[in-house]
Design a protein around this ligand. Structure first.
Ligand code: C2G
Length: 128
């Protein structure tokens, strides 16, 4: 079984996220998503509208997602890849190059980010 992993906050889930998850899953048979915890989001200078447990609940309902685990820190990727026997690490290409150090453990693929949608755009457009 070819196992894929990706990481993110996935707040206010939108079609750009779904397109990423769909393409990530199409690379293998099993997709694990590591969702940033609320505490880790603070380190990322991000404040999610939905808390971790609600973002996890939403992602677990997505047909492309097989498992959701917490992302607590920047350093856990290497151990995650080993622990979950991951074959491919996937991220949107806004992260291009940032995780190339993982190539010693698994394939690293950056997928093109979906233009025209983002969580911050949604928040801005909805501001009254
Ligand atoms: N994404 C995308 N297109 C968009 C928005 C997001 O392809 N229009 C992708 C991002 O490139 C990322 C994933 O969706 O691969 C999740 O995006 P975020 O929730 O913004 O994740 P981020 O804050 O970038 O966290 O350790 C890695 C970090 O946790 C990544």
């Amino acid at each position: 079984m070819k196992k894929i992993i990706t990481y993110g906050t996935f707040d206010l889930l939108h079609w750009g996220h779904i397109r990423l998850l769909e393409r990530a899953k199409s690379l293998g048979d099993h997709l694990t998503v590591a969702i940033s915890t609320d505490e880790f989001n603070l380190l990322k200078h991000k404040e999610a509208y939905h808390n971790y447990s609600h973002r996890k609940y939403i992602l677990e309902a997505i047909k492309y997602v097989d498992e959701v685990i917490p992302e607590d820190n920047w350093e856990q990727k290497k151990t995650d890849i080993k622990k979950h026997d991951i074959d491919v690490f996937v991220m949107g290409d806004d992260w291009k190059g940032k995780f190339d150090f993982l190539v010693e453990q698994c394939e690293v693929i950056y997928l093109d980010r979906t233009e025209g949608i983002s969580t911050s755009m949604i928040k801005k457009d909805l501001q009254v």
